[in-house]
Design a protein around this ligand. Structure first.
Ligand code: PFF
Length: 454
């Protein structure tokens, strides 16, 4: 017999709706989705750009006050609707309009993965370069990075990333996603701790720690607040349907409130530890922490080259990045795969092959747009790669975040039952979801789209 929904609609969705995580496996998989290139590549350089400790504080506040309520909303929608974001919204509301809005949430991860896989590929290439010592041969790290991203090599690595991601997804929720997260996340934690100890024991590490942890509030601007909020969303994998899709595989007995807290704190702790690796390392070797996206690929290799056993630690660092990226890529790919399986009735293997191949192909121009053969792919002063990142992170992501908060806050009657919070916490949650989150997310959207400025 089919499980009955609070909405009165039947569960539907064939075998897909029966796939489940174990409770521990779900927490690991969701942390795996949250922890990624955002924490180790994007977070350090935007923290550097927007003034260090004060930005970290803002990010923490945004993550706790807005990120966690929206995360709980997404998980509840997924578990309540037992489907991909679009289908879940239709099931819970009984209206196709919400499903159409939810479709934005399916396109986002597909497009984001196309360039996320490119950067994930860079990390794999750099791991190989570091372990083999080739990274340190010329001493010109900017030249090395520029030549690499301007060549065809990133396409090869992007292909490898898509192959691995597709392979994991092909095995299914419990034998694939859950199993690999159970291996990769503990591996990630060990690597992270080794590297934190290495960074903190460098002579003169204190200055970098101070930059990261002693706030200078004069650096705070409205812009940094919006960037912090946007990044809290990206970092928790919100607005991309990933947490809704993972939520669909969560057992009814699991506490969603507890899971939300564990995922949020895991992500925050990870960003904190990443900062403790990157800032001391850049400061000790007198490198610019605010140099932007090249921080990890240009500044850090210079630092590794100057430390004892640098090739080894550098290699570990890039493996860590690659693991983190892979567990996030998996959650991104599962969203469109779940969608086509459910809506078009495709089998998991067929859906994985087609969606991964399509994602790889649309990512190739992004991979090549940073110079070399693709140097023509520039529009309005930004490369195609930067445009894809910009549109997804600043427009699609807040827009779908807005849709979810409005849905849970105003349209869905079953939110209380699904979230399973105490009365007091439910009131706090609803207040954030109804009044605080939509306003802030709308501000991020308007600002990013260039419709308002400060
Ligand atoms: N949270 C991931 C990171 O910080 O790298 C990125 C991400 C993964 C965003 C999955 C959105 C998503 F659905």
């Amino acid at each position: 017999m089919k499980e009955q929904h609070p909405s009165g609609l039947s569960e539907g969705g064939g075998e897909q709706s029966k796939e489940r995580f174990s409770s521990y496996g779900f927490i690991l998989a969701a942390i795996g989705s949250a922890v990624g290139l955002g924490n180790m590549w994007k977070f350090p350089y935007i923290t550097g750009l927007y003034g260090g400790a004060a930005f970290f504080l803002l990010f923490t506040i945004c993550l706790l006050l807005v990120g966690l309520p929206v995360l709980l909303a997404e998980l509840a929608v997924g578990r309540g609707g037992r489907g991909n974001p679009s289908t879940s919204l239709i099931r819970l509301s009984g209206s196709k309009l919400w499903g159409r809005l939810g479709f934005i949430t399916i396109l986002g991860p597909f497009v984001i993965l196309s360039f996320y896989a490119v950067v994930a590929g860079w990390t794999m290439h750099y791991a190989v370069l570091s372990f083999t010592g080739k990274l340190f041969e010329s001493g010109d790290y900017t030249g090395l990075f520029t030549n690499f991203i301007g060549s065809w090599l990133p396409v090869f690595w992007q292909f490898i990333v898509m192959l691995l991601t597709g392979f994991i997804i092909m095995l299914g929720v419990s034998a694939g996603i859950e199993r690999f997260n159970k291996i990769l996340i503990p591996g990630l934690v060990i690597l992270l701790l080794v590297l934190v100890v290495r960074a903190l024991t460098l002579e003169g590490a204190g200055e970098g720690v101070a930059f990261f942890l002693r706030p200078d509030f004069s650096k705070l601007t409205a812009e940094s607040a919006l960037v912090a909020l946007g990044h809290a969303f990206f970092s928790l994998s919100l607005g991309m349907g990933a947490m809704i899709t993972y939520g669909a595989y969560v057992d009814k007995r699991q506490s969603l409130g507890g899971a939300t807290l564990a995922i949020g704190l895991g992500d925050l702790l990870y960003a904190f530890l990443a900062g403790l690796i990157i800032f001391p390392t850049t400061f000790v070797f007198d490198l610019e922490a605010s140099q932007g996206p090249g921080l990890v690929f240009v500044a850090l290799p210079a630092a590794f080259s100057a430390m004892p056993l640098g090739a080894f630690f550098g290699g570990l660092f890039f493996v860590l990045l690659a693991f983190a990226a892979l567990t996030s890529a998996v959650s991104l790919l599962e969203v469109p795969v779940a969608f086509v399986r459910e809506v078009l009735g495709w089998s998991r293997p067929f859906a994985v092959v087609l969606v991964s191949a399509a994602c790889f192909l649309i990512g190739v121009p992004s991979a090549l747009s940073l110079g070399g053969d693709g140097s023509g792919l520039n529009f309005g002063g930004k490369s195609l790669f930067d445009w894809v990142d910009f549109i997804c992170s600043n427009i699609v992501l807040p827009l779908s975040g807005l849709i979810i908060t409005l849905f849970v806050g105003y349209a869905w009657k079953g939110a209380a039952e699904e979230a399973g919070l105490t009365v007091w916490w439910f009131r706090v949650w609803m207040f954030m979801i109804r009044f605080v989150a939509p306003v802030l997310v709308l501000l991020v959207f308007l600002y990013s789209a260039g419709l308002i400025s400060f």
